[in-house]
Design a protein. Structure first.
Length: 188
């Protein structure tokens, strides 16, 4: 009986390690050949094995083929625009965009936001479009933190060229010290 209890505990712990969360809508960047060339097989294999996993899992797998000048794992998890040109969304200032997440493991005691990011600098353009601090506290977890709207701001001439900007969902779990990101390429 103790064996089965131990097995159940192990299965529960394993499921909490391999499942976290991703943006399911709008379409986000994914990995591809440009990412493999820039980030190396190690970082890519960590993402392949767990698409919802934290960036820190990718960092732990960095190999000799990692090119830091080409692959910033803290910008869209290292996913490259060149692999995602067919996913570029067209928005207008003032347009409301629905963001839908698939969260399998709610790591409480953290913060999250969705922001417009300038991909050349990895800096927020303006202020976050929506933010939570704390994020995922209390149970049941607030559904409005998994399905919500953001409004595209006036970007003063920025984000007119595909690949220049992304809508980035960024979630950091203070408890687990894990970072999760997804990026939506867009133009205005």
């Amino acid at each position: 009986m103790r064996f089965f209890a131990s097995l159940l505990t192990l299965a529960t712990l394993a499921s909490s390690v391999v499942a976290h969360g991703i943006v399911t809508a709008p379409p986000t960047r994914t990995l591809g050949n440009a990412m493999i060339a820039a980030c190396g097989e190690g970082a890519v294999s960590a993402q392949k094995s767990n698409v919802k996993g934290p960036i820190e899992s990718q960092i732990a797998k960095i190999d000799s083929n990692y090119k830091p000048a080409l692959c910033n794992l803290f910008l869209c998890r290292g996913q490259q625009f060149a692999d995602n040109t067919a996913k570029v969304q067209k928005y207008t200032p003032g347009q409301v965009v629905n963001i839908v997440l698939d969260i399998e493991n709610h790591h409480p005691v953290g913060y999250a936001n969705v922001s417009v990011i300038d991909t050349a600098t990895n800096k927020i353009v303006g202020t976050p479009l929506i933010a939570w601090d704390p994020y995922f506290t209390g149970y049941p977890y607030p559904k409005d933190q998994e399905n919500f709207n953001v409004t595209i701001p006036e970007l003063n001439g920025k984000c007119k060229t595909a690949g220049e900007c992304v809508l980035q969902y960024h979630w950091y779990s203070r408890t687990d010290k894990q970072t999760y990101q997804n990026c939506v390429d867009f133009v205005v």
